[in-house]
Design a protein around this ligand. Structure first.
Ligand code: HOZ
Length: 427
């Protein structure tokens, strides 16, 4: 979707910013072509620098669950702005936010705010290590937990998309403390506990994976994680940066009825402003400085504008309880693509839960990293570009989840279903 304005902005950006982007997932390298530039976003739509309107299924990578620039969130930010942008002291907003989070996600008895999902997962890992006095952690291949050293190993998202799931720059000695296992594989986990008795500080998992495409757990798998971690005194960390307040008000843990020890949050709780949070059992959280020996800090943690935006977003979710609507929209979209693929004879897997979805062009059911890679990424690239030409924006990677918002209800979803079905027919 090149245009003179986007092309010249990108040319200039490439001179000044590595790859022309401030986060690799925004580059179009795996689907081909060049990213477009956006000057505004409203409801379900992005407005490009060239005045094209696109139905947006990236939703700023998850936060925009009420659509872009919702009037209530805008008003909350504007009101907070009157009082200042950052205080560097405790503020009333962060207390209100902590109250909301602990009420809506009952496994979180105490919470610490930070500025990104990466900070949340990095800090939760350090806390698990400090609490257990053990060094090893377990993560699952294809899960992405931000870009801290311990976690950038067999990682999903941009790391996988751009072919560097084990990032350069992570010392081998750090990586040696991270045990990487296949998701949904109970035997592999049992073997790891047997191989490293009393050494595993924590398991971190995206309970529903969103960074290798969208993948759900086998029935009973999350309960197994809870059981085996409890047996071994290992901290169970749910990374709900994507799924928190999106899959349900109380996240995947509410939907699956699992109580993790720690939970990482981000995206939705910032209402579109930079934010992260981690929280859980009070006895673990009290190991954080200033009460305990595990250090964690941040100049803009609990930032009043981000807190005000997040509070407005969470209150709106409580008021509207939109999860039935979001699931209906998600199913409508998945059904439209699956039906078109069936007509055309294209094998597809379309996992979807509520407002998260993805499409893998493969006959193989997708339940982990290895099966996700069976998807035809080249075909996905053609599908992506056909959608974009028709005015629908999906994440520019076969290995990212799609996101819906309440604003997609109505003309946006109908238009998207038609465009996406036509895109399949044209492949
Ligand atoms: N976590 C998101 C990708 N799966 C988006 C954040 C980023 O820019 O990497």
């Amino acid at each position: 979707m090149s245009s003179p304005l986007s092309d010249s902005l990108f040319a200039r950006a490439k001179e000044l910013i590595p790859g022309g982007v401030n986060s690799p997932v925004r580059a179009f390298r795996s689907v081909g072509g060049a990213p477009f530039f956006v000057k505004a976003a409203r409801g379900a739509y992005l407005v490009t620098a060239d005045d094209r309107e696109l139905v947006d299924f990236v939703c700023t990578w998850g936060p925009a669950i009420h659509g872009h620039n919702h009037p209530r969130i805008k008003a909350a930010i504007a009101a907070a702005l009157e009082n200042g942008t950052s205080f560097g002291t405790p503020n009333p907003y962060e207390v209100e936010m902590a109250g909301l989070i602990t009420r809506l996600v009952p496994s979180i008895r105490k919470v610490r705010m930070c500025s990104s999902g990466t900070e949340a997962t990095m800090s939760a890992i350090r806390l698990a290590r400090g609490f257990t006095k053990r060094d090893k952690i377990v993560k699952f291949s294809g899960c992405y937990h931000g870009h801290s050293d311990s976690l950038l190993i067999k990682a999903g998202s941009g790391a996988l998309t751009h072919g560097h799931p084990d990032s350069a720059g992570v010392p081998a000695s750090f990586a040696a403390e991270t045990i990487v296992l296949p998701y949904n594989d109970r035997a592999a986990l049992a073997a790891a506990f047997a191989a490293f008795p009393g050494q595993i500080a924590g398991i971190i998992v995206e309970p529903y994976c969103g960074n290798v495409g969208f993948i759900m757990p086998d029935p009973g798998y999350l309960a197994y994680l809870r059981e085996i971690t409890a047996q071994h005194g290992t901290v169970l960390i749910f990374d709900e940066v994507m799924t928190g307040f999106r899959i349900a008000l109380g996240g995947v843990q509410q939907r699956e009825n699992i109580v993790p020890d720690l939970t990482c949050l981000g995206k939705i709780i910032g209402g579109g402003l930079p934010v992260g949070a981690f929280g859980g059992r009070a006895d673990i959280m009290d190991h954080l400085a200033p009460l305990g020996p595990v250090y964690q800090a941040g100049t803009l943690s609990g930032n009043p504008l981000a807190m005000a935006a997040g509070i407005a977003q969470l209150r709106l979710l409580e008021e509207l309880n939109p999860y039935g609507l979001l699931d209906r929209l998600g199913r409508q979209l998945a059904d439209a693509v699956v039906a078109a693929c069936r007509t055309k004879g294209i094998p597809v897997q379309a996992p979807q839960c509520g407002s998260m979805f993805s499409f893998f062009f493969t006959p193989t059911p997708v339940r982990d990293y290895a099966t996700a890679l069976t998807g035809d990424a080249k075909l996905f690239g053609r599908f992506f570009h056909a959608c974009l030409a028709g005015g629908v924006y999906l994440a520019p990677s076969a290995y990212e989840a799609g996101f819906l918002s309440t604003a997609h209800d109505g003309p946006a979803i109908d238009r998207a279903c038609e465009v996406m079905a036509n895109a399949i027919h044209g492949l």
